[in-house]
Design a protein around this ligand. Structure first.
Ligand code: DC
Length: 209
């Protein structure tokens, strides 16, 4: 059984790395940001404000994991909304059991998010905290959205990323930060292949392979 925790800020490359690492070791992979994105989307769809604790908690409790496949969750608005509901401790608590059960599958799992190494899986076998300079992250996200024909500008994305970093890192409940025993990986000057090789090297060293 092997649990791998991948954390880091928006558009750091952690999602792509998590999937490739999961494929390499044949493990299931959970993008935990999708849980918060789906909660935010459902709160809005039911006509409530994102900071409405009761509505957000109800949405978290009634979340159906099959909703996580919806490509609309990956758009820019969903990310910002997710960061708002993610500040609510009751929402985080309601999503914890699902994340821990996912991690506890036979064989283990790869999870990516903001608090996997610190809160969700503090005993993970390997923890990586992926970072990249904000301008690099904004450019990556911009290219992704353009490829999907989302109407966005680089400036708006950079602004959103900086705002989200600040909100995710400064909240009281499970703030975004590297676990004490996490390996830091700065992908600013690495392409995906180089970042993947570096991440695999860090994990192998950690698990003694
Ligand atoms: O990884 P992402 O961009 O899809 O995450 C969207 C938001 O969800 C992020 O800004 C903060 C929140 N989030 C969180 O608080 N904890 C996690 N483990 C994952 C995401």
């Amino acid at each position: 059984m092997m649990i791998i925790a991948i954390d880091g800020p928006a558009a750091s490359g952690k999602g792509t790395l998590a999937k490739r690492i999961a494929d390499l070791w044949g493990l299931p992979c959970l993008d935990t940001g999708l849980l918060y994105r789906a909660v935010a989307r459902n709160v809005g769809a039911r006509g409530f404000k994102l900071n409405d604790v009761w509505a957000a908690l109800a949405a978290a409790r009634s979340l159906d994991p099959s909703e996580l496949c919806d490509p609309a969750l990956r758009g820019p608005k969903a990310g910002d909304g997710a960061s708002i509901v993610a500040r609510i401790p009751e929402v985080r608590a309601a999503l914890l059991a699902y994340q821990r059960a996912f991690a506890g599958q036979p064989g283990g799992a790869v999870l990516d998010g903001r608090d996997i190494g610190t809160v969700v899986c503090p005993a993970a076998d390997a923890k990586i905290y992926v970072t990249a300079r904000p301008d690099v992250r904004a450019k990556r996200r911009y290219n992704e959205y353009i490829a999907r024909s989302e109407p966005v500008t680089y400036e708006v994305i950079l602004h959103d990323i900086l705002k989200r970093d600040e909100r995710d890192a400064s909240r009281e409940s499970a703030p975004m930060r590297p676990a004490q025993d996490a390996c830091l990986l700065d992908t600013s000057d690495l392409d995906i292949e180089a970042a993947f090789d570096a991440a695999v090297g860090l994990i192998k060293r950690k698990i003694g392979q």
